[in-house]
Design a protein around this ligand. Structure first.
Ligand SMILES: [Zn+2]
Length: 448
């Protein structure tokens, strides 16, 4: 599959030449790949043969890019049901399992995981686009990289590791190490690039501070973040930036599809999408119509290369905004404004108002005093209540109640409802080394 391997960019400004392809060339490429993937999914999986037959669509009906709209969506629930009914890998697997080389699990903070098999080429494609993202952030072969993710079945660790190697960096495996050991390595080996979840970056900075060490004085010049939206939340990004004195980059991804995007070294506020690897559509949540530039919608992705799990029109449940401007880096790739703005699965309805936890995080992270927080949603009588518990990580300063009142005021302005803020004893809230679970919905009957 030679077209899986990107032709390298001749002058080194980009990882490969496809990042700056003219639109018509990109679209012709996408159409050809979609046609081949639909044919593969239809011929090789019972899952898609049934699904497309039910929808009355045959692979040869896909003649233009717009025809992709004739294909039905695929949801994570369908994959879970399929794998439950036909264990282990379901009827959706497009190659005999003995041809696969890797097994990963999705790591969502809710529900059972999906089994994701990859052939050697599938995994190569996954980490190659990840590598393009790292290169776009400014990571180069003379960098010393630490992937501070847990050694486990989450694809984020493995693909980040292989991606940094693909760029030519020296990569230090730290999967099984404590935060303190990792801080030692950062200092001792002159680590210049750090990859981790946003929550872990803040945890690491807090740990360093307690040890009397200052990571902003380390050699780290770039941090990249995946697994959570944090690096795209302005106040969280600013805190990481301050703690490490580094460029903070976003790398959104999805085990089932790809590490599908990245924010580049221009720090323009845009995320670029690897649309030659996973075909993106952004659809209005209410109407299902394609979102215009400047509009938000759910990101739908179609795998253009993966053979073992050939997902068509996969609903990511991520809300994104289509960019209405170009990035100064010169890439022509489809781009979004910011990263993932919200996850449909995280949406909460509180006293009739739709609230996303990322809105609360954006406010709380503006307060440098707050080391960690938790959102508690509960019910008093028949009324929903929201309490944000804040942990200052140290003895509170004199004006503690004033801090709570200021935050309550800011939350009300940003979210549109009354939210109480309460301090808890220092260091009593959990810290997170992977994906954080900061929202506790204690209501027995949750609206929706
Ligand atoms: Zn750019």
């Amino acid at each position: 599959m030679p077209e899986l391997l990107y032709p390298r960019s001749p002058n080194g400004a980009y990882y490969d030449e496809r990042e700056t392809w003219p639109r018509d060339r990109m679209q012709a490429f996408q159409l050809e790949r979609i046609q081949r993937q639909v044919a593969h999914a239809y011929q090789s999986t019972l899952f898609y043969r049934r699904k497309l037959d039910r929808a009355g669509v045959r692979p040869e009906y896909i003649r233009t890019l717009d025809d992709i709209r004739r294909l039905p969506f695929t949801t994570k629930d369908e994959l879970l049901t399929d794998q439950h009914e036909a264990p282990l890998y379901g009827t959706v697997t497009g190659v005999p399992p003995e041809l696969a080389q890797r097994l990963h699990f999705t790591s969502g903070t809710t529900g059972r995981p999906v089994n994701v098999l990859d052939t050697g080429n599938d995994f190569l494609g996954f980490y190659r686009s990840y590598a393009r993202g790292l290169y776009g952030m400014g990571v180069r072969s003379d960098d010393v990289v630490m992937c501070a993710f847990g050694y486990g079945p989450w694809i984020g660790y493995w693909s980040g590791f292989h991606a940094a190697q693909d760029v030519g960096c020296l990569v230090i495996p730290v999967g099984g190490m404590s935060t303190e050991q990792r801080i030692d390595i950062i200092e001792h080996y002159g680590v210049t690039v750090l990859g981790c979840t946003p929550s872990y970056a803040l945890h690491m900075a807090e740990t360093a501070q307690k040890l009397g060490r200052d990571l902003s004085r380390s050699r780290i010049r770039i941090t990249w973040h995946t697994g959570e939206a944090g690096a795209a939340i302005p106040s969280t990004r600013a805190r990481i930036q301050e703690a490490f004195g580094a460029r903070v980059c976003d790398l959104p991804g999805l085990t089932e599809i790809a590490a599908w995007g990245f924010s580049c070294s221009e720090e323009s506020g845009l995320d670029h999408i690897h649309e030659d690897y996973a075909y993106p559509e952004v659809l209005n949540v209410d109407t299902g119509e394609r979102a215009a530039p400047g509009e938000t919608g759910e990101l739908i992705l179609t795998s253009l290369f993966r053979q073992a799990l050939p997902l068509l029109r996969y609903r990511t449940r991520d809300i994104v905004r289509v960019a209405d401007r170009r990035c100064s880096c010169g890439r022509t790739l489809f781009s979004i404004e910011g990263g993932v703005l919200a996850r449909l699965d995280d949406m909460k309805k509180i006293r009739g108002v739709v609230v996303y936890p990322t809105q609360i995080e954006e406010v709380v992270r503006r307060y440098a005093e707050v080391a960690e927080f938790q959102v508690r949603i509960w019910r008093k009588g028949s009324l929903d209540e929201v309490t944000v518990l804040i942990d200052l990580g140290a003895a509170p300063p004199g004006q503690a109640r004033q801090l709570e009142e200021r935050m309550e005021h800011d939350l009300r302005r940003a979210v549109g409802i009354r939210i109480d803020v309460q301090q808890v004893p220092p260091n009593s809230l959990p810290r997170w080394d992977h994906k954080a679970r900061r929202v506790r919905d204690e209501r027995t009957e949750v609206p929706f």
